[in-house]
Design a protein around this ligand. Structure first.
Ligand code: 5AD
Length: 372
């Protein structure tokens, strides 16, 4: 494939105009030389638009109690084999402080989905406490906080934002309403998920979304449409990972591509998003690491610029199993951290310290609005 027609080196910070068909051809690459050329271009675009810094966000999976019954997920409500847990505010604060001391500028608070007032109060209180307790001379506004607690009402989102969270991740899972319906029970709808993204943006959050890659019935045309959807939504952050079956979830009964194909497709999708959206933050996810021990580092080589080390306390980590064989390395171990950082430096990148590391898209959008 002729890269020059696909790259369209930009003169301004706006998304590319690659068609869905062109994006699909990127996702279908199998030739080694073509894939290498694509990954080089994606790295170049990353450096051009985001610089060489890789940001760490410590991810604290603070509860696996979930009211949803997604057909693919291991912590779905009807899985009775999961030991459910909920960390206390003190336990979450301890992990957040560890992140701040270690120089991570941000944390991600993730949990199963609940919408009851107790849960919403708890999350808002925790956000306020983390902001209060992690302020320092080097981080005057405290840790940056990304929330990932699913579909909520507009009022709850507003409360979280007012409490001090400034980013929100809500994966759309697929931009195909038809696939969305097959992957979720009747009560969950694509339209509601999309409205949630609109509410988050209107409230002022930096918004992240993403999809699962290689899940049942998904085609490369679906995935190309997903990338076009991210562009249309003008999101700030992307978190995509391979689908990995969970033995107790109904979708595990449906055959999918081999792990090698899902891994390759995820790397190609990261590169495609980098070429199309350019100045957004893209995470190399834990699910990538599940399919290959250095999967996250490979994600960085295909255009990712964010890594989310798991800092959930070790005793709970094994119960936050969205999919089978999720790695449970102790990423708060200082030897583990040092090795990860040195691999990142080996890729010619640096590790961001004591900075939130917001997506450049946020600044570019503000600048465009000012000049309009
Ligand atoms: N494989 C991969 N990703 C999964 N998620 C949930 N279950 C799985 C699975 N079996 C992802 C979803 C969700 C995020 C928190 O985890 O995309 O949005």
């Amino acid at each position: 494939m002729d890269m020059s027609t696909l790259i369209q080196r930009p003169s301004i910070n706006s998304p590319s105009t690659l068609s869905a068909g062109q994006i699909q051809s990127l996702l279908e690459m199998t030739n080694r030389d073509e894939i290498d050329a694509l990954s080089r271009e994606a790295r170049w675009m990353t450096l051009l638009h985001c610089g060489c810094t890789v940001y760490f966000r410590g991810i604290i999976e603070f509860s696996n109690i979930c009211n949803c019954d997604c057909q693919y997920c291991g912590i779905r409500r009807s899985n009775g084999d999961v030991a459910r847990y909920q960390l206390t505010q003190g336990e979450i604060l301890r992990q957040a402080r560890w992140c701040a001391d270690r120089g991570f500028g941000s944390v991600v608070l993730q949990s199963g989905e609940r919408r009851d007032p107790r849960f919403v109060d708890f999350v808002a209180d925790v956000v306020r406490a983390i902001k209060r307790e992690t302020r320092s001379a080097i981080l005057p506004d405290g840790l940056g906080i990304t929330l990932c607690v699913g579909e909520q009402s507009r009022e709850s989102y507003r409360r979280f934002f007012d409490a001090g969270a400034h980013r929100y991740l809500l994966r759309i899972e697929t931009s195909s309403p038809r696939l969305f319906q097959r992957w979720h029970p009747a009560g969950q709808t694509f339209d509601n998920r999309r409205h949630c993204l609109d509410h988050l943006r209107a409230i002022g959050f930096q918004v992240g979304t993403g999809v699962m890659i290689g899940a049942p019935w998904q085609t490369t045309a679906d995935l190309a449409a997903d990338v076009a959807f991210f562009r249309e939504m003008d999101v700030d952050m992307i978190g995509m990972g391979p689908y990995i079956p969970h033995h107790a979830a109904p979708l595990a009964a449906v055959g999918v591509d081999s792990p090698a194909v899902r891994l390759r497709r995820t790397l190609l999708a990261i590169a495609a998003v980098r070429l199309v959206l350019r100045d957004v933050n893209i995470a190399a996810t834990t699910a990538l690491q599940t399919l290959a021990p250095l999967g996250r580092e490979r994600g960085l080589a295909f255009g990712a610029n964010v890594i989310m080390p798991q800092v959930t306390p070790a005793s709970c980590r094994k119960n936050y199993t969205l999919y089978d064989a999720k790695p449970c390395d102790d990423e708060t171990d200082s030897g583990y951290q040092k090795a990860l950082e040195s691999r990142i430096r080996g890729l010619g990148r640096t590790v961001g310290r004591h900075q939130w590391g917001d997506s450049p898209r946020v600044f570019h959008r503000k600048a465009l609005l000012r000049s309009a």
